[in-house]
Design a protein around this ligand. Structure first.
Ligand SMILES: Cc1cc2nc3c(=O)[nH]c(=O)nc-3n(C[C@H](O)[C@H](O)[C@H](O)COP(=O)(O)OP(=O)(O)OC[C@H]3O[C@@H](n4cnc5c(N)ncnc54)[C@H](O)[C@@H]3O)c2cc1C
Length: 368
């Protein structure tokens, strides 16, 4: 039986960011176990938006840390287009308060006018919005490139990454973790196990009596060919039309079209927009962008968010001593991935506690 100081289950953005951060802090005895290939889970389909527009101050600070990281790593495909969020009347006061809070944290963000947004995003219909905020240092990056970067950094630091290696079970009892059993029957011992298995996390920890409220939510992504050149527009979160739109690097636009809470299973969901979803996405887009009369929608796929009830991740110790989780990123995991690595590495090395408001036990009165 092999044995390691730290075993990480899941070779997505978060697991690999944690592995890189651990090795950067001198813990070289790290093994990452990935059932498929690195970055092939939720990471592969991430839209890669980077912005600090969160209600939770911890997430805001983590995303701000992420922006600094992506600015310092230009090879990771970060396009600093800026990010606009637009809201209706019922959310305008909350947006103003949110912007004020972010400004207090030193974040570069401001309320902007309808005319400002019309200049930033020519052809965008603004009249049904009540308020906008603009983050000039936001934008979008390449989650797969970031994942590769973390993997390479971890390997340079001494970590091992095993692909096509599925963990069948966690080993231990309700008091302490002992390691993992692989699907081929091999056992790997570990002093610490971090489950960063995205939408598959809850089912892995459940046999140890740890209940995590992480669901899997399917969402269609539609690609638009606008039929006319689109300049360097900011990423745009449209909280009236319930969609977000960002530039692809090939003249096309990526549209995330929210459907509501359609819970699914992370394996085996329909990997394209249905006709109804496509029609809805097209209607929302053409209402918002009437300046593109020749738009067509040549491609779609669907992805799976790992969501929690408050849409903030679960990061911290869970249940038996030595067991940690980093999951439930609810569509924010790219922007905050550098901070997740730092927080988890410091936690496992006993240097600092993770933020209380991300505690995996926050939904239970006793807590795991
Ligand atoms: C459609 C979509 C759009 C998004 N857009 C944004 C965005 O604009 N901005 C943003 O900040 N974030 C966004 N996100 C969120 C972000 O991309 C994710 O939070 C992040 O990529 C998830 O990384 P992860 O490592 O937690 O999970 P994953 O990438 O899912 O990695 C988990 C890994 O665990 C592996 N695994 C599972 N079970 C086992 C097992 N038993 N044994 C071994 N390995 C196992 C899986 O194969 C998988 O590779 C988006 C996500 C989605 C789905």
């Amino acid at each position: 039986m092999s044995s390691h100081a730290v075993v990480i289950i899941g070779g997505g953005l978060e697991g690999l960011s944690i592995a890189a951060a651990l090795t950067a802090r001198g813990q070289r005895d790290v093994l990452v176990l990935e059932r498929r290939t690195t970055g092939s889970g939720g990471t592969a389909k991430s839209s890669g938006l980077v912005r600090c527009h969160y209600e939770c101050a911890t997430l805001t600070a983590m995303a701000w840390e992420g922006i600094g990281f992506f600015e310092r790593h230009p090879g990771l495909g970060f396009r600093q287009t800026g990010h606009v969020v637009g809201v209706g009347e019922e959310s305008a006061a909350a947006l103003r308060a949110n912007v004020a809070r972010r400004q207090d944290l030193g974040i570069d963000v401001a309320m902007v006018t309808h005319d400002d947004v019309a200049a930033l995003w020519p052809g965008l219909e603004t009249k049904d919005f009540a308020a906008f905020a603009f983050e000039p240092r936001g934008g979008h990056g390449d989650p797969v490139a970031a994942c590769r970067h973390f993997a390479q950094a971890a390997q340079r630091g001494g970590a091992r990454i095993l692909e096509h290696t599925r963990v069948a079970a966690l080993l231990g009892d309700s008091s302490s973790i002992a390691g993992v059993r692989l699907a081929d029957g091999r056992v790997v011992g570990a002093r610490a196990v971090i489950v960063a298995a995205g939408a598959w996390t809850a089912e892995l920890v459940a046999p140890l009596g740890v209940t995590l409220p992480v669901g899997a939510m399917r969402e269609p992504i539609v690609i638009a060919a606008p039929g006319a050149p689109v300049g360097p527009v900011p990423a745009f979160t449209d909280l009236v039309g319930m969609q977000y739109v960002r530039h692809e690097n090939n003249g096309r636009l990526l549209i995330g079209s929210h459907t509501g809470a359609e819970l699914t299973t992370p394996d085996g969901y329909l990997n394209r927009a249905t006709d109804v979803e496509l029609e809805r996405a097209a209607a929302r887009f053409t209402t918002r962008f009437p300046a593109f009369p020749d738009v067509v929608f040549p491609q779609s796929y669907a992805a799976c968010y790992d969501i929690t009830p408050d849409l903030a991740p679960l990061v911290g110790p869970a249940g038996p001593e030595g067991l940690y989780v980093a999951a439930g990123f609810s569509g924010h995991g790219f922007a905050i991935s550098p901070a997740v690595g730092r927080i988890c590495a410091e936690m496992v090395l006993g240097r600092s506690a993770p933020p209380q408001d991300l505690s995996p036990g926050r939904f239970t009165t006793s807590g795991p």
